[in-house]
Design a protein around this ligand. Structure first.
Ligand code: ATP
Ligand code: MG
Ligand code: FE
Length: 342
């Protein structure tokens, strides 16, 4: 089956053609980062305008690159939440129009399910599975007892991990989004500042990064007051070490408590080299038989292909919006989510 998949929840306009939810025939990504950089973050109105300019271009390019005709498609999948409402609306409207014009079923996709299902491009997902979902707006541990079913067992109580990277990046004078650059700097530095590791030893699966962010900002400001120069690579390494310590420790505990066959690392921050290495070695040591799947680095950030993978699975479960009433849902939660008792 061939699915045309559309993603426009934030600052990437992306359209992909995916075969059977596991083979990428094309994955066109038009990023708007340079337009947002001078504002230090994503400006919703600017994002919407870019999506409008790019969406039809991306759809044509995706079909052309895949060497697929509209008539060969079996369905259209689209991210309808969570994300920026004006940005989501562009993708949803385009998908509805395309589906209607070409008489194709329309599959609504949850952006976060998309991030998780990017793992399908590495290998099949086996259940029960656990996903460590770390991105710009979310930091969650998601238990999946079976296909297309998601239970959030823990999440951040304040900032998401990616958000914290971007905020402390701004304090160091880095361009938005700063995650990748901090990751590279961390590689050349050492954990000399020993920032706090919030909630690391608490008996739950929740996270908190705002205290770490404040500690970081205070350290930088205090140094500025006395004209002291701090080593930015060490700052980056110390921040990253704190984030990784907490995330990995909580994830290992979840692996212990939940009977799972697979662990998936996904979301924009899953591209982090330090996190990938540390999680891999810790899982190898503590759970040698557990199957660890790292989402491909190039598919960690927002993209249409992951929407095609999640859409393929949803379609198999009959998730179709057949009356063209699909709307953008900026605060969409997992549809089958049961929030585990805390
Ligand atoms: P969400 O998926 O929660 O709705 P989003 O779509 O805006 O949010 P993503 O595109 O999934 O977020 O991820 C972007 C985030 O990933 C940014 O905060 C960015 O700094 C971060 N990021 C990207 N690469 C790295 C890296 N190597 N290390 C750490 N963070 C990274
Ligand atoms: Mg983005
Ligand atoms: Fe995302």
């Amino acid at each position: 089956r061939y699915i045309l998949a559309i993603e426009s929840s934030c600052d990437e306009t992306s359209v992909a053609v995916v075969q059977d939810g596991s083979v990428i025939l094309s994955n066109i990504i038009a990023t708007q980062i340079s337009s947002h950089q001078r504002f230090g973050g994503v400006v919703p109105e600017v994002a919407s305008r870019h999506h409008i300019e790019q969406i039809t271009i991306c759809i044509s390019a995706a079909l052309q690159k895949a060497e697929i005709k509209k008539e060969d498609l079996d369905a259209v999948a689209v991210t309808y939440g969570p994300g920026l409402v004006g940005a989501l609306l562009v993708g949803v409207t385009a998908a509805k129009a395309f589906a209607y014009a070409n008489n194709l079923p329309l599959i609504p996709v949850n952006h976060m399910a998309g991030h998780i299902y990017a793992a399908r491009f590495v290998k099949p997902i086996v259940f029960p599975s656990l996903a460590l979902l770390v991105s710009g707006g979310h930091t969650e541990l998601v238990y999946m007892p079976r296909e297309n079913e998601f239970q959030i067992i823990g999440e951040t109580r304040d900032d998401a991990a990616g958000e914290a990277y971007d905020k402390i990046g701004r304090v160091m004078g880095l361009k938005y989004p700063a995650g990748k650059e901090i990751d590279q700097m961390a590689h050349h530095g050492q954990d000399t500042f020993h920032f706090p590791r919030a909630m690391q030893n608490e008996e739950n699966f929740d996270f908190s990064f705002s205290g770490l962010k404040s500690a970081f900002i205070n350290t930088v400001h205090n140094a500025e007051q006395v004209n002291k120069t701090l080593n930015h690579n060490d700052l980056a390494a110390s921040f990253q070490q704190s984030v990784i310590d907490v995330i990995v420790k909580k994830t290992l505990r979840a692996c212990e408590e939940f009977d799972i066959r697979q662990l998936i690392l996904a979301g924009g921050v899953a591209a982090n080299q330090g996190l990938r290495e540390r999680l891999s070695s810790d899982i190898r040591n503590s759970f040698p038989t557990l199957d660890l799947v790292l989402a491909p680095i190039e598919l960690c950030g927002d993209n249409g292909a992951m929407v095609g993978a999640a859409g393929y699975v949803a379609y198999q479960y009959g998730v179709v919006s057949d009356d063209l009433t699909l709307n953008a849902e900026p605060s969409l939660e997992f549809e089958w989510a049961e929030h585990a008792e805390k």
